[in-house]
Design a protein around this ligand. Structure first.
Ligand SMILES: *Cc1c(COP(=O)(O)O)cnc(C)c1O
Length: 383
């Protein structure tokens, strides 16, 4: 399907091509000095002591859980309104995700009130996800966590470049995780990053990233090591030099592209409020500065969402749903303990539709999408 306006698009040009070609010509493809440079630049950008590049965002989340030592018997409070990987990563370690509700129709992030109700003697950590790039209430959540001796992990897959008081999402908690999947604000195809200020957690995550081995091919190639020991049951979660080269160029474009996303988001808000007031556009009042990863809207209650999306499709406009709630998925619904009801999450997940948003979207594109939203809402309401 060739969309007139796709949901997302990447910003690649001759700079990414040249960076990849440099790596190919260097004849060293696996994790080495390009990855180290990417890590150093990323750490400096988000203001964290350590940044560890990994194969994808899910690996980042799993390493975060391993890095802080989660395991069997531990409970981790997570949102249900997120990509399934947030909760899966907790389960990989043997720990149990406990689902909390969102704040409101306007604020789709995890609610501190709901978190408080879910804390038990077994709770070890809170894993937040900054929905669409809109920051969770990190000052309040980290304060609560400190008072209750809980860890805070951040799924910042949507929030690269989001800040509160100048401090980056991903750097508020004990460990922050990013994804560079191809629809994210910066991309390496597949790829991810974990950041932390905790030296011990960083050391554990580096071990787990590479089979639990005490030295790597790169060290041996450089003549720094002849052999190795294996001290943990690790994984191969490494990034490679080709992706790291893409990431370094993408990082230089991020701030500008995020500004474009913010301006486009404002334009959407103005035009939707004027032309389709029946549709809710969340995060009118958001905390800090958003990376504006997604453009979510909520259809009026009872509006036929599939019909709406079909109408958008017939106009050449791609839309999506973020997300079906995790606690309703088969593999979670029969969990022990079975997840409880999350009324706000359940209400909005039936009404949410995500509209196209990417840096190269034009003002004319936004106007076209909004006109199409207007006609779609009118048409499905008539039926
Ligand atoms: C994309 C995404 C992930 C997973 O990242 P991958 O790189 O695809 O493994 C995790 N959580 C959220 C919220 C995401 O959007």
């Amino acid at each position: 399907m060739a969309w007139q306006i796709p949901l997302a698009d990447i910003d690649f040009d001759s700079r990414e091509e040249a960076a990849v070609l440099d790596v190919l010509r260097s004849r060293w493809l696996t994790m080495g000095e390009v990855t180290q440079a990417f890590e150093a630049e990323f750490a400096s950008y988000v203001g964290s002591r350590h940044a560890i590049a990994v194969a994808n965002g899910t690996a980042a989340l799993h390493l975060a859980c391993l890095g802080v030592g989660l395991g069997q018997g531990d409970e981790v409070i997570v949102p249900s309104l997120t990509f399934v990987a947030t909760a899966n990563a907790v389960r990989y370690t043997g720990a149990t995700p406990i689902f909390a509700d969102i704040e409101s129709e306007q604020d789709l992030d995890i609610s501190l009130d709901s978190i408080e109700k879910k804390v038990t003697k077994r709770t070890r950590a809170i894993m937040v996800m900054h929905y669409g790039g809109y920051a969770c209430d990190m000052p309040a959540i980290t304060k609560f966590a400190r008072e209750h001796n809980l860890l805070v992990l951040e799924d910042a897959a949507h929030a690269v470049g989001s800040t509160i008081d100048g401090r980056h999402m991903g750097s508020w908690g004990d460990v922050g995780c990013y994804s560079f999947f191809s629809n994210k604000n910066m991309t390496t195809g597949e790829g991810g990053m974990v950041v932390t200020d905790d030296d011990a957690a960083a050391a554990r995550m580096r071990l787990f990233r590479s089979h639990g081995m005490t030295s790597m091919s790169w060290d041996r190639h450089k003549g720094h090591a002849w052999s190795y020991d294996v001290v943990e049951l690790g994984y191969n979660y490494r990034m490679d030099e080709i992706r790291a080269a893409l990431g370094r160029v993408q990082l230089t474009k991020l701030e500008n592209n995020n500004i474009k996303r913010r301006n486009l988001t404002l334009l959407y808000r103005e035009q939707l409020e004027e032309l389709v007031p029946a549709v809710v556009m969340p995060f009118k009042k958001s905390r800090g500065v958003s990376a504006c990863h997604l453009l979510p809207i909520l259809l009026p209650p009872g509006c036929d969402r599939i019909g709406f999306m079909e109408h958008m499709k017939s106009n050449g406009i791609q839309t999506s749903i973020h997300y079906p709630p995790i606690h309703k998925f088969q593999t979670y619904a029969k969990g022990d303990p079975a997840p409880s009801n999350l009324p706000l999450t359940e209400d909005i997940t039936g009404r949410e539709v995500t509209l196209p948003l990417y840096a190269a979207l034009t003002e004319e594109n936004v106007a076209q999408v909004v006109r199409s939203v207007q006609s779609a809402v009118n048409q499905v309401n008539k039926k």
